[in-house]
Design a protein around this ligand. Structure first.
Ligand code: NDP
Ligand code: MG
Length: 394
């Protein structure tokens, strides 16, 4: 797409949102910051509005809107509220490109709205795809949206697939998709220590600076579990075709293996501005502010098989994918509840996956044919997970 593109960033105050602004602001001739959203970080949103002067800003509720309005004064930015506001900017006739970077299930409705409006959709919010895979992909197809993955692994896979990828791996001679995983901060921590690790330790990722929820997901490896399901929907890979490879340096962002034995990998410094720039400018390439990869300084790249005992979340991810239907939505919702409880110090680290597994055992998967089915499964899993958390709280 040439000319000036109007960019709407859902979750502008987050890690992905700010990285997106960093890249987009380098190209004022290419991207206009059309709309920004935030949930709690109002000071940050006010600053972003003053700097980028978007047409719209979306906040959670009316009190925030009033306070933001007083700070902005100029009237250059119209302030909208709540889920309707998010859906409005996602589907707005003048929006060309949507960065879906709200964390968790809260991002589903506006991300789906962008797909249904046929937008160029940059997907960071993996939870939306995990919850509602078939409905989401059908919306992308039938409304001719352009879906570009931002998750570094999926962006890497996308780059390793042929340009004219049809959505069917077999048709292109693809044998396997190899998702790399850093293993997070607890890859080598003695197992007995995992009982007492804190939110601060869990959020101190060795290679990436990310929001707190995805940081905890990386520490449990639930992030990779969600990514297995994400890869299934994005690339049509079956559970047998998706393999997780632990790669602590986070330099190889993922790989695609072909029938002839070729393995194509995408490498780079671990910096989210690379996949963001790739998707923003696709199919062109633009400068993202990311330095050159110095392999001679890194010296070695290590790979190993994941430890399914230390990281039971991986097993749950494959299980949810195999079960299908509402199972991924159940997994995702239970995880969101358990991670929040851990971050609030109400649940020990190892209980996160225990809660999720218990909820998956209690709520058997059902067929998923509408958004209502997704939302029902999400609500039920949240109720069950909350009860489990309560029972485990000391
Ligand atoms: P952050 O926590 O840093 O940011 C989340 C954003 O969502 C913030 O703008 C936040 O607003 C907003 N938000 C949170 N809750 C709500 C809600 N209920 N309603 C509306 N907006 C809300 O997360 P990240 O940027 O790290 O991650 C965003 C998404 O991208 C996640 O789905 C994550 O899995 C995915 N992702 C992130 C990567 C990374 O490197 N960070 C890599 C790959 C994927 P506020 O801050 O104002 O409260
Ligand atoms: Mg990732």
């Amino acid at each position: 797409m040439s000319g000036l593109q109007n960019l709407a960033i859902l979750g502008a105050t987050g890690s992905i949102g700010l990285n997106t602004l960093d890249v987009a602001a380098r190209y004022p001739q290419r991207f206009r910051i059309f709309a920004l959203s935030a949930n709690e970080r109002m000071d940050e949103l006010a600053e972003l509005c003053l700097r980028h002067r978007p047409r719209y800003a979306v906040v959670a509720h009316a009190l925030q809107a009033e306070a933001l309005g007083r700070r902005l004064q100029s009237g250059a930015t119209e302030i909208l509220t709540g889920p309707q506001g998010l859906e409005r900017i996602a589907a707005h006739a003048e929006t060309d490109c949507v960065m879906a970077a709200i964390v968790g299930a809260a991002g589903l409705a506006p991300t789906l709205a962008a797909a249904r409006a046929g937008k160029k959709l940059l997907l960071a919010n993996k939870e939306a795809l995990v919850m509602a895979g078939p409905i989401f992909m059908e919306a992308v197809r039938s409304h001719h949206a352009t879906l570009l993955p931002i998750d570094s692994e999926h962006n890497a896979v996308f780059q390793c697939l042929p340009d004219a990828f049809s959505g069917e791996l077999g048709a292109h001679g693809v044998r396997r998709v190899l998702l790399t995983a850093s293993g997070g901060p607890f890859r080598e921590v003695p197992l007995e220590r995992l009982h007492s690790v804190t939110p601060e330790e869990a959020c101190a990722h060795p290679n990436w600076v990310m929001g707190r929820k995805i940081s905890v997901d990386s520490a449990t490896m639930m992030n990779k579990a969600l990514e297995i399901i994400e890869a299934h929907w994005l690339f049509g890979a079956t559970h047998e075709q998706i393999e997780v490879v632990v790669h602590p340096q986070s330099v190889v962002h993922s790989m695609v293996e072909y029938a002839d034995g070729s393995v194509i990998a995408q490498l780079g410094n671990p910096d989210m501005r690379t996949p963001i720039a790739h998707a923003l400018a696709f199919p062109e390439r633009i400068e993202a502010g990311v330095g050159s990869l110095d392999l001679t300084r890194i010296g070695r790249l290590d790979f190993s098989t994941p430890d399914f005992v230390r990281f039971p979340a991986l097993r749950l991810g494959y299980r949810a994918l195999k079960e299908g239907g509402t199972s991924p939505a159940t997994l995702n919702a239970a995880n969101e509840v358990a991670v929040s409880a851990f971050l609030e110090r109400r649940l020990p680290f190892l209980a996160i996956t225990a809660v999720i597994e218990a909820v998956m055992n209690e709520l058997r998967p059902r067929a998923l044919s509408s958004l209502a089915d997704v939302l029902d499964a999400d609500a039920a899993a949240r109720r069950h997970a909350a009860l489990r958390v309560e029972a485990m709280t000391v």
